[in-house]
Design a protein around this ligand. Sequence first.
Ligand code: KIV
Length: 268
Amino acid sequence: MSAVTPSKQVTVPEFRSAKARGAKLAVVTAYDYVSARLCDEAGVDCILVGDSVGMVVQGHPTSLPVTLDEMIYHTKCVMRGARRALVVVDLPFMTYQVSPRQAVRSAGRLMKEAGAHAVKLEGGVRMRPAIRACVEAGIPVMGHVGLTPQSVHQMGGFKVQRDADQLLADTTAVEEAGGFAVVVESVPADLGAKLTVAVTIPTIGIGAGPNCDGQVLVFHDMLGLYPDFKPKFAKRYADLGTAVKTAVESYCREVRDGSFPAAEHTFR
Ligand code: KIV
């Protein structure tokens, strides 16, 4: 059961204050009605409509091609399935980096057209003006530091980030700018712990060790549904990829040998 509120809609202030109460936060990504509903009913505190949709749903090698209109579409689907969880939505690449005004416009579309509760954007120090502008416009912002996948080419790949000074500056910048939480991706566990004590907002780790205030996993990674790659930090809680393949193989066999449809699937 959720550590935030057992049955009511989780709000941004409740999510933020979970840290002070020592309650760990469970976050998972979702991109459609069914996955959102399943995660919501399972009791996650927050659903992240991640731009990882570009990789695990659209089949791109990175998240860079994802558009704002696509995020709006996926968010609308998720909002129909999420009844209790806080829904945070990624601003995709090049929809906020140009200027704080662009960030507010893009974030505003996610809130107004899709019904998002909050947005997430990548970057700390560099993104301080954009975070501040969104927050001043009434839009709650979750930051994202460490490995920031939209900068994959600048970083030279999906690599563990070890620059302690930069990570500390980025994490504290998110808090100073008014962010209500910060994702910390792919950093050594001792650094994840240091960043967590450095801020009063919750750190949500993904490959950042056990001492973060919460954890986030990509839906397809935790369920064995993404065949291309499994990051070291992703625990597989089920192997649904194999289950789906076995089921579809059985269906093909039964269609071909005539045993499906049987009497109980047939109208008289
Ligand atoms: O896009 C995404 O799913 C994310 C998570 C990996 C944190 O940003």
